[in-house]
Design a protein around this ligand. Structure first.
Ligand code: ADP
Ligand code: MG
Length: 726
């Protein structure tokens, strides 16, 4: 048997337990070994019975003088009662509803017990202690103990897999395989960081001799897991460097012409990022770049510069966004911006069966508005295949098998955190799948949610980073306020004034109808009751009938028909609507520069990243903007979160806070990455991340194929099967 042998081969693990193990992802012997405890209970000091302390956990060792079952007077609960004696005294022990105990523990057995001591009218007793038989009759040998008499491991609770059972199986496996567990970390890494060698570490993490050693062991495995992630990511990077991509020459004159045609001047940050991207596109290797810029910092223009340059060389661009509303917005804006150039832009949204016609816009050089044509889906797909569409904008629809590009050279993904890893991979692999093309397109992933550095170095570690760290000139910080019920009328008055001044307002509600589930939240845990959560339909009625009868109010949510949605967004953009009451459908990307008030109902229902995105819908021009967070919740976490919204100086600080409050697991829905818990916990730890990255780099530079480190190579291979990173 080897470490990668299935647990099925271990006769002591029956099919029932195999299933339970599999449920938590444990399939091999190695998986069992690397299933770590999440805490320890210190039962290492065995006290004389005479010194047992009430209301504390005590560990004692002694002989069972008697043991028997009885029923309580109501006959509902079976009580097992025993008396245990050591040299200095005796104590009563009670277990509830475990009648089988009298078959396990017998009169005359020597046992070790650990549990809380309580006092009743008959005296002191140990209540439901952990128990363990001692093998030697006279002299209590505790070296074999795993449940008592030592520091014992407590494993994350999972249905039907008790810590007790895990300790038993781990002891068994550890003893059987202890010599087979080979050191996977390179010797010099172990030396440099003073890590515990694996055999010792694996023993100490499960059955530590001291808390200190348990910590050392944990430190070693934390290091190892992050190190493996870094290796995986850096190797991926090396692989990508060997791929080929179309090299797109820089059309400097025309790009300059485009930039000059814009109604504003680019910020320095926009120029810098555009330059980085354009330089990358020239290379015959695929770009893989994460383009990060706070909400409203102007990423779209930079993406367009890259797109235009690509199109000018005769290639196609795929522009994928997470929502239909956003796709439509881009489809409206892009042709207008590219007006001076003859670019064929198309919109492809919706599922195949639902949509029969698709739109196509030709931007013309005559300076007129772009003409928009509706053509059939098949015709559009044909044009895409023939390379007659230059920029294809769409939602997930772009990765359907039917969509085949003739000449795709650049994939842009907007709000990339809203897409899964597979979806991104599928988009860039499209040309290869379709035409055995040896080249793959360049990838530009855009996000407004800044990625804390520790994550940028790990899960996003194979991407290059461009950061837009400057807002367009004249932007003012959005004034943010947490507003209570009492102050609501004041807020409404304020809104009246803003509308009078020609500005517009968003009102966000967590759900569509009373009784509905929340729309697209990331924070399900926070939801306690739904009775007082604001719903769009109700709020719309209230605002239009009672509060603002003289203003034009519309509502928007996912159940409204596509055509209708489109009209509402258009009217809002054209200032025909004063207040838009909406669900989170407008969370990302929507750009209405003259909107200045963002009012969020039930703010406690949204995650920090989401709130930041909502707030980013205003403050997109030089007008002073406002964000009102309404909440009736007094929970500590809510307060913590909303305070962070007020305090954080930018999205970056906010993301860091979010990471701290929610933990990496919930941040970005990182659970889907399949990263082991220990590594997940340590993704917050920038120092450790940097150390492991440094080490991984050193090893790979010296030995890219890891040939000199065969054990590490194998371990990495198995590790990689479990995780899937960005
Ligand atoms: P985001 O980075 O959130 O995607 P957008 O690209 O939608 O931001 O840009 C936000 C708004 O700022 C848009 O209305 C856009 O036209 C405008 N904008 C972009 N760059 C500049 C600039 N350099 N100066 C002024 N306004 C700009
Ligand atoms: Mg955007």
């Amino acid at each position: 048997m080897k470490l990668d042998t299935s647990v099925k081969k271990i006769s002591r693990i029956g099919p029932v337990f195999q299933k339970k193990l599999e449920k938590i992802g444990i399939k091999t012997i190695e998986d069992v070994l690397f299933h770590y405890p999440h805490r320890y209970e210190d039962f290492s000091n065995i006290h004389p019975i005479s010194k047992v302390k009430i209301n504390q956990t005590n560990c004692i060792a002694g002989k069972i003088l008697e043991i028997k079952n009885s029923r309580t007077w109501k006959k509902k609960i079976i009580i097992t009662e025993a008396v245990v004696e050591d040299k200095n005294g005796a104590i009563k022990v009670i277990w509830f509803n475990q009648p089988y105990l009298i078959r396990v523990l017998k009169k005359g057995d020597n046992v070790c017990l650990a549990g809380k001591a309580s006092l009743d009218k008959e005296g002191i007793y140990l209540s439901s202690p952990s128990y363990e038989k001692l093998s030697l009759a006279s002299n209590y040998s505790t070296s074999d103990l795993i449940h008592t008499g030592r520091i014992i491991p407590i494993y994350p609770e999972t249905e039907g897999l008790s810590s007790k059972w895990l300790r038993w199986i781990l002891k068994l496996i550890l003893e059987k395989f202890k010599n087979q567990i080979e050191e996977s970390l390179p010797e010099k890494v172990i030396k440099k960081y003073n890590l515990l060698p694996i055999q010792e570490a694996i023993w100490q993490i499960h059955f530590p001799n001291s808390i200190k050693l348990a910590e050392k062991a944990k430190e070693r495995f934390s290091f190892e897991e992050l190190f493996l992630i870094e290796l995986a990511v850096l190797k991926e990077r090396l692989k990508l460097n060997q791929e080929k991509a179309p090299s797109i020459p820089l059309n400097l004159d025309l790009i300059k012409e485009f930039v000059d045609s814009l109604p504003f001047k680019l910020t320095d940050a926009q120029k810098k990022c555009s330059w980085q991207i354009l330089k990358d596109l020239e290379k015959p290797r695929p770009m893989s770049r994460l383009f990060q810029g706070d909400v409203g910092s102007g990423k779209t223009i930079v993406a367009l510069i890259a797109s235009l340059n690509t199109v000018l060389s005769g290639y196609q661009v795929a522009f994928m966004v997470p929502t239909e509303i956003l796709a439509k917005q881009h489809f409206q804006q892009v042709p207008k911006l590219l007006k001076p150039f003859k670019v064929r832009i198309a919109l492809l949204t919706g599922k195949e069966d639902k949509i029969v016609s698709q739109k196509l816009a030709y931007s013309t050089s005559s300076g007129l508005n772009p003409e928009i044509l509706e053509i059939s889906r098949n015709k559009l797909l044909d044009k895409i295949r023939k390379g007659e569409i230059d920029i294809l904008i769409g939602t997930h629809s772009l990765i359907q098998d039917k969509v085949k590009f003739g000449n795709l050279a650049l994939c842009i993904i907007d709000e990339q955190h809203r897409f899964g890893v597979e979806q991104r991979t599928k988009l860039i692999q499209q040309p290869r799948i379709n035409s055995k093309n040896l080249k793959i397109p360049h990838l530009l992933s855009m996000t407004a949610t800044p990625i804390p550095r520790s994550l940028a170095l790990t899960v996003y570690g194979d991407l290059d980073l461009s950061i837009l760290d400057e807002m367009p000139k004249g932007r003012k910080k959005v004034i943010t306020k947490v507003v209570s019920l009492k102050e609501k009328n004041e807020a409404y008055n304020f809104i009246r004034k803003r509308v009078k001044a020609g500005e517009q307002v968003f009102v966000i509600c967590p759900r569509i109808e009373p009784g509905d589930k929340q729309q697209g939240t990331s924070d399900k845990k926070n939801i306690s009751s739904w009775t007082d959560v604001k719903a769009v339909k109700e709020e719309y009625k209230k605002l239009s009938k009672e509060i603002f009868p003289n203003l034009t109010i519309e509502m928007l949510h996912s159940k409204i028909k596509t055509k209708e949605k489109e009209k509402i967004m258009k009217d809002f953009r054209n200032k025909k609507i004063d207040i838009l009451v909406s669900t989170s459908v407008v969370e990302v990307g929507i750009d209405i520069p003259q909107a200045t008030v963002m009012m969020i109902e039930g703010a406690e229902r949204f995650g920090l990243a989401q709130l930041h995105q909502f707030r980013g819908r205003v403050g997109r021009s030089d007008l002073q903007s406002y964000c009102f967070l309404f909440t009736e919740s007094k929970a500590k976490k809510t307060r913590q979160r909303l305070t962070a919204m007020l305090k954080a100086k930018d999205g970056f600080e906010l993301a860091q806070k979010d990471l701290e409050i929610r933990g990496p697991g919930n941040f970005f829905g990182a659970r889907q990455w399949g990263i082991p818990d220990l590594a997940m916990e340590n993704l917050k730890n920038l120092q450790l991340v940097e150390k492991t990255r440094e080490s991984a780099k050193e090893i790979l530079i010296e030995n890219p194929g890891l040939k000199n480190y065969p054990i590490l190579k194998e371990r990495l291979k198995r590790f990689k099967k479990k995780i899937h990173l960005e």
